[in-house]
Design a protein around this ligand. Structure first.
Ligand code: 1GP
Length: 238
């Protein structure tokens, strides 16, 4: 499956999709299996794998396990160039365009590119935009960047548009895993006005209703991580 065209069609046809984020650090086989069972029985379209900070080298293992259990596309959501794997369907090849840290704008990507070339997995050029949260998340801390102010939709719009003009194919707006607040609807509304730019939104979702709120604001794909990790029954609502 060509996942880039899939994302583009979702955006074009104004469809609303759900993705589950699996942080390899937090899963052991039994727990992952029960979550994958829930994914199969609900409307999960994508499984993202990754985290801003991993203390174990289990990305390959986790992806192979997921692929053995479900047919849902698996996309790497890398926190660094160490998180790459030939077993995934694709990787968000991300540049942290909300920040001004050269290592996350281009440095990690240079290290990963030759390895990815050999793996032949689909590359999804993505602009990653960290949005201000009420407190510091691991993503904010590890990226060593200033996030986008949460009350500046025009700044978010300009950032996403610059990403598009640079050739990035989609944007991911995130308050970071485990954030206390969601990406504000005003930011999503503004960024989703950019034509032909699929918008992924995640961070801080605690209630099923919030997923609908983000879809309504203009998110094409909403990502849930922590809430499902804490309670896999969250997926019963979808
Ligand atoms: C983080 O968008 C994801 O990068 C998901 O965040 O874990 O808070 O759901 P949560």
């Amino acid at each position: 499956m060509n996942l880039l065209s899939h994302f583009q069609n979702i955006n074009l046809n104004n469809e609303k999709h759900l993705a589950v984020l699996i942080d390899p650090d937090f899963y052991y086989e039994k727990k992952l299996e029960s979550i994958l069972e829930k994914c199969k029985n609900s409307s999960v379209s994508f499984i993202f794998v990754g985290g801003s900070f991993l203390s174990q080298n289990t990305t390959n293992e986790i992806i192979q396990f997921i692929k053995s259990k479900v047919e849902i596309p698996v996309i790497i959501f890398p926190g660094s160039c160490f998180q790459i794997s030939p077993y995934a369907d694709a990787i968000f090849f991300m540049s942290l365009i909300s920040g001004r840290n050269p290592d996350f704008l281009i440095g990690q990507q240079v290290m990963a590119a030759p390895l990815l070339e050999k793996m032949k997995i689909e590359i999804l050029p993505t602009g990653y935009m960290l949005v201000e949260g009420d407190y510091l998340t691991t993503a904010h801390y590890m990226s060593n960047t200033l996030p986008l102010p949460k009350n500046k939709p025009n700044l978010a719009y300009a950032t996403a548009l610059a990403g598009k003009f640079l050739g990035l194919k989609m944007v991911y707006l995130d308050t970071g895993s485990g954030a206390s607040n969601l990406v504000p609807c005003s930011l999503i509304e503004k960024v989703s006005q950019i034509p032909d730019l699929p918008v992924i939104v995640g961070g801080g979702i605690k209630e099923p209703m919030q997923v609908h709120q983000l879809w309504k604001a203009g998110a094409d794909i909403v990502v849930i991580g922590t809430a499902i990790e804490n309670n896999p029954n969250f997926l019963n609502f979808f």
